[in-house]
Ligand binder design. Structure first.
Ligand code: MN
Length: 228
């Protein structure tokens, strides 16, 4: 059967040190996965089950690309996050199975129209307009687990114009990576190409045009992204 117009191009993340790419199927995001960030957003960081939202695969912005300041907002926040790419999926995965699904890691920023997200929270409405807008997922190349090993500890930080804004440790996640994959696989059928943005440490804040965001996850890499 012929399509009536050309299908949208496949979203992908280049693989570091390779001319291959990781084709992206879905982008899952974990809400509130670091206690200090939960507190700064006015929540109790107890061990409630994780919760999730999604961005669209074509919201990805590849590394060293500029982030265009989005429409209808006056409060765009950075959230530095460790991104996990899956090479395998399934449903109801055990923790041990979850670990074997990891293809690799990238460094991402969950850009957020905080003012719009806040209004939606207040009204009990979905978060898409705050989270899943164009270019809202800047992301580095992906580093395969064979290269970097399993990322379970290490520093995660973000600077704006050279000033440290966010800083945390991967081991401070309330739900670690295999727990997150396992839990998510109870809600959705995971598949190769799914990526998970695993939540942000404390220190989120607004950016403006001209700002340079530089974010890092130890053992994975550094993202550079200018707001234009
Ligand atoms: Mn986030």
């Amino acid at each position: 059967m012929d399509y009536i117009f050309n299908p949208a191009p496949q979203s992908f993340i280049p693989i570091e040190g390779s001319d291959q790419a990781f084709p992206v199927r879905r982008i899952y995001c974990v809400g509130r996965n670091y206690a200090e960030h939960a507190r700064e957003m006015g929540h109790d960081p107890d061990r409630d089950p994780p919760f999730f939202f999604q961005k669209n695969p074509n919201n990805l912005l590849l590394d060293n690309s500029d982030f265009p300041y989005p429409a209808k907002t006056k409060d765009v926040h950075h959230e530095i996050e460790l991104v996990v790419g899956l090479k395998k999926g399934g449903t109801d995965l055990s923790l041990a199975e979850a670990k074997t699904c990891i293809f690799g890691y990238a460094v991402g920023i969950d850009m957020t129209r905080r003012d719009l997200q806040g209004e939606m929270k207040k009204l009990g409405r979905p978060w898409e307009i705050g989270k899943a807008f164009e270019h809202s997922a800047p992301c580095t190349n992906m580093v395969p687990v064979e290269t970097c090993g399993l990322i379970e500890t290490g520093d995660i930080w973000l600077d704006v114009n050279g000033e440290r804004k966010q800083s945390g440790k991967i081991e401070q996640m309330i739900w670690n990576i295999e727990e997150t994959i396992s839990y998510l696989s109870g809600l959705f059928e995971l598949a190769p190409g799914d990526i998970i943005m695993t939540g942000t440490p404390a220190g989120v804040g607004a950016v403006k045009q001209g700002d340079l965001m530089q974010g890092h996850v130890e053992g994975v890499g550094t993202i550079n992204c200018k707001v234009v």
